[in-house]
Design a protein around this ligand. Structure first.
Ligand code: ADP
Ligand code: MG
Length: 419
């Protein structure tokens, strides 16, 4: 027996659950696909393409629908001798300026021996190269700018869609497909950019549990052997996915995590609800750790304050009532407390990360509103991610019981206590 042994009792094709897998068909997106297809129809007619703008939250099938339709478009266009279609995909994650986008596009269009440096040219020069390259390629060029919301200045978003109208291109026909995960990105575009980039807009709404269930069933049929999944597994993954954000990627990740946990167990040949629950816990832990580790020390101090108030049954609580606790923690950590307004910004950031939930309340007759915050996370998970700040501030009284329990298990205490 070798050191490595195959363990493929559970999975038939685990790769089908990975992000880069392209499903054969998209489930439950008929309406959006139909609109998208109509928007791309001019390409097949040999006409000037539309600029298309897709938007919707992450994991709702925007990239998958684009890959699906463009691969069909490419295949179908090849039937017509007079269509010379070129597709360019660019994911803008990590690219923040029009300059970066333009240099990347030039390099995508050129072969490997002819690449340009990504710094050093004036922007106008890079744009000139881009127009020259496109005209040399000629034909119909569709350029996909995926996750375009990462781009912070809109020069390229204006220049590209209007390149022909502005006489920068003559031989090449060009269409831009912009894809955004961020709703506000579209609203914040200047009117002149919006009118050219968003000629055809297609909104991808979040999935509900029924949609997610169909998507998961399709994927599971490829990924798992028959009868490996207990009946409740897919509905449970779908229900969690719908509750979280209607995000298909999250649901698929959860299904994969459950499958992995089942596989790690000796002798286990089925995936059960318990594996889903444990998988969700694992994924949640990763998400929380990542979220918390990205915060500043003040963010940690605010979170720790809210956590101790939560343990004392003081939540939901207003920002001004969190303040005394936060001030004393900041001082213990040797930091100047932030002004109330900045402290409140940290509470909002925690809410955005899903660590804290917020309720709007009415002030009563005077008609004002205020916000109340409460911890919305498993205590253990938050505490383990707050390790550093616990070292700086010490263990608050409210956590004493909690640590006593742990001590009786571990038999040590390294943290200072205070009241
Ligand atoms: P977005 O680009 O909107 O963030 P993706 O297109 O990357 O989302 O979709 C996330 C994951 O969910 C991918 O693995 C994708 O294949 C899958 N997916 C999304 N929508 C569907 C669908 N309607 N049918 C099948 N799989 C889908
Ligand atoms: Mg995407």
């Amino acid at each position: 027996m070798g050191l490595f042994e195959r363990d493929t009792e559970i999975y038939k094709n685990r790769d089908a659950l990975r992000e880069d897998y392209q499903p054969e068909r998209l489930v439950g997106r008929d309406e959006e696909i139909q609109m998208y297809q109509t928007a791309l129809q001019p390409v097949i007619n040999g006409e000037q393409p539309n600029n298309v703008f897709l938007y919707g939250k992450t994991g709702v099938g925007k990239t998958a629908a684009t890959r699906y339709l463009l691969s069909h478009l490419e295949e179908d266009a090849s039937q017509y001798d007079d269509i010379d279609l070129h597709l360019t995909f660019l994911n803008c994650d990590g690219l923040t300026s029009s300059y970066q986008i333009a240099t990347r596009l030039v390099n995508e269009l050129r072969d490997e021996t002819n690449q340009i440096s990504t710094t050093g040219y004036p922007r106008a020069t890079v744009y000139e190269m881009l127009w020259d390259d496109l005209d040399e390629i000629a034909g119909t060029n569709l350029i996909v700018l995926d996750e375009v919301d990462h781009v912070e200045d809109d020069s390229i978003l204006y220049q590209l869609p209007r390149a022909r109208a502005n006489n920068n291109l003559s031989a090449a026909k060009i269409g831009i497909i912009g894809i955004s995960n961020d709703f506000s990105f579209r609203d914040d575009l200047s009117p002149k950019v919006k009118s050219s980039l968003c000629e055809q807009e297609i909104h991808f709404p979040a999935y509900d549990a029924g949609d997610l269930q169909k998507i998961l069933e399709q994927r599971a049929a490829v990924a798992f052997h028959d009868d490996v999944l207990d009946d409740a597994v897919i509905p449970l993954c779908a229900a969690y996915g719908a509750k979280d954000a209607g995000d298909a990627r999250q649901s698929i990740d959860l299904l994969m995590k459950a499958g992995d946990l089942a596989r790690e167990e000796e002798e286990t040949t089925t995936v059960t609800e318990d594996h889903v629950e444990a998988g969700r816990h694992d994924l949640e832990r990763g998400r929380i750790e990542e979220g918390i580790s990205g915060l500043t020390q003040h963010g940690h101090l605010v979170l720790y304050s809210l956590l101790t108030l939560h343990l004392q049954n003081e939540t939901p609580i207003r920002s001004r009532d969190v303040r005394p606790r936060y001030t004393s923690f900041a001082q213990r950590a040797g930091r100047d407390p932030l002004v109330p307004r900045r402290m409140r910004d940290h509470l909002s950031e925690l809410a955005m990360l899903g660590l804290v939930s917020v309720t709007e309340r009415n002030e009563g007759r005077r008609g004002g509103t205020y916000r109340e915050y409460t911890l919305d996370m498993d205590l253990e998970l938050v505490l383990s991610a707050l390790d550093d700040v616990l070292d700086d501030v010490g263990v608050h009284d409210s956590l004493q019981n909690h640590f006593d329990e742990l001590d009786s298990i571990n038999g040590n205490t390294s943290l200072t206590e205070f009241h």
